[in-house]
Design a protein around this ligand. Structure first.
Ligand code: PLP
Length: 463
């Protein structure tokens, strides 16, 4: 019997494995007195950009501790937060961002984004824009505002405490693997999604819609789902047509995890040249797990409205734009850029994905892999009972989480998922792969080998 956990967490009556040591992409964990060596294929929840125990980061932390001093941010600021904001602006396409606010978690960043969006419209003298459109089967965090724009069943027990759902309309999920009909081209599927969104905007009253939130490359509900060509540009155009702010959530997929140009933003894969989000949220790899930091990047249009309006955002958090966190995050981001690690993860991640595709999708063999999808350092595998019909496994088998356990037994840390009950797109099983940016070709081979072994184990268990 496992011991109870004293920490009030998601596994109170079952102590989770505890980490005792980590270096680079490997970690040592202890469970029930037994030691396991794991290759980290998911860096927590797609958090780690650098590997563990990085000596340069220890130096960065040491220096930041000596050169940063806590102040209440709306009374006295700090240069580290300014420098981090400037770094993000300088390393994004010109004209994309003009300002940033730093906070401590992705949920907090999305919560702040909603507040900033609402205040933006008030700064413009528009009191009518109060609705936040988002997408079915999405996840933007577990605070009440962020949950209100999410819809994946995890929040079912809180549904009566959220922002009135009339103010948070949901557009259809974008999930080609299951929802693009036989015979429908990609362009037709995209048009169907955009038409549905336009109808939702009109039905909700376009003059009342403040923003549309989408995760650029969603990863938290249905495994990773790269948006089809034209989908995000189409949303941008609808935002322009109906005077709505476009909010991209890049908490999981952003800050270098999946950028084709060695930069920071995932949307550079998908938006057309000259198209930008109006506001963007980031987190996870920004601090790479060494510090708890997330952020809200503000486009020039929003900044200008505040500058010409009240000149200040209403409300502040005690640890907003925390000097130490910003200094460490900046040091980490500079190291990543200097060493070309965003390029490395884009290339190695794609290599990993292609190897998995070749092995499980293109080999013609009958296996439980229905789909392998992703881009750069952000991939997932979807498991099915029947490859042809895409039939899912019985929910009670919980194949997504069992796969996570089989990977663990084979020495690989991944995140298993199961689609939620009210998941309108399907209720499938997935594992998420989001390795560290420092992975080598050998690490890629090892991840593919261990995943393959775990899939064999799981297949045997299912028989
Ligand atoms: N947004 C997305 C897309 C996420 O994947 C997550 C977390 O997984 C969040 C927001 C919430 O971030 P956090 O857990 O840091 O609050």
């Amino acid at each position: 019997m496992s011991e109870e956990s004293v920490v009030f967490q998601s596994t109170i009556n079952k102590k989770p494995p505890h980490i005792v040591k980590a270096k680079g992409v490997y970690m040592t964990v202890i469970q029930n007195g037994k030691t396991h060596e794991l290759l980290d294929g998911c860096t927590g929840a797609a958090v780690g950009a650098l590997g563990a125990g990085d000596e340069d980061v220890y130096e960065i932390i040491n220096e930041a501790a000596r050169n940063s001093f806590y102040t209440y941010p709306s009374l006295i600021g700090n240069q580290h937060s300014e420098d981090l904001a400037q770094f993000y602006i300088d390393n994004s396409p010109k004209g994309a961002f003009a300002s940033a606010l730093w906070c401590c978690s992705g949920s907090e960043s999305n919560e702040n984004a909603l507040k900033i969006i609402r205040q933006y419209w008030l700064e413009k003298g528009n009191t009518k824009k109060i609705k936040f459109i988002s997408r079915e089967t999405s996840y933007h965090g577990f605070t009440l505002g962020a949950l209100s724009i999410s819809s994946n069943g995890r929040a079912e027990f809180l549904k009566d405490s959220l922002i009135d759902q009339d103010k948070c309309p949901k557009m259809p999920v974008c999930y080609p693997y299951r929802n693009q009909k036989d015979g429908q081209t990609e362009a037709e599927y995209v048009q169907y999604l955009l038409d549905a969104l336009e109808k939702l905007i009109i039905d909700s009253g376009a003059e009342t819609v403040a923003s549309i939130t989408v995760e650029t490359l969603p990863g938290s509900s249905l495994g990773t789902v790269p948006p089809p060509k034209g989908y995000l540009p189409g949303i941008r155009r609808l935002c322009d047509k109906y005077d709505i702010l476009m909010h991209l959530d890049e908490v999981m997929c952003g800050t270098g995890r999946s950028n084709p140009n060695g930069g920071l933003n995932c949307w550079e894969n998908f938006l057309e040249p000259g198209q930008f989000p109006d506001i963007q949220t980031v987190g996870k790899t920004l601090g790479s797990g060494y510090v708890t930091i997330a952020g809200i990047l503000i486009g020039p249009k929003i900044k200008q409205a505040y500058v010409e309006g009240s000149g200040a955002i209403v409300g502040s958090h005690t640890y907003a734009s925390h000097g130490f966190n910003c200094a460490v995050a900046l040091g980490i981001q500079k190291k990543i850029m200097k060493e070309g690690l965003t390029k490395n993860i884009f290339e190695k991640g794609n290599k990993m994905g292609e190897m998995l595709k070749k092995k499980f999708l293109e080999s013609g063999e009958n296996n439980i892999v229905g789909d392998v999808r992703g881009i750069g350092g952000f991939w997932s595998i979807e498991f099915v009972k029947n490859k042809k019909t895409k039939e899912i496994f019985d929910k009670s088998l919980d194949v997504g989480h069992e796969m996570q356990n089989f990977c663990f037994s084979r020495g690989l840390n991944v995140m298993g998922m199961q689609g939620c009950k009210d998941n309108l797109a399907g209720e499938g099983d997935f594992i998420l792969l989001a390795p560290s940016f420092v992975i080598t070709d050998e690490d890629v081979e090892e991840i593919v080998k261990r995943v393959s072994e775990a899939i064999e184990d799981c297949t045997e268990w299912l028989e």
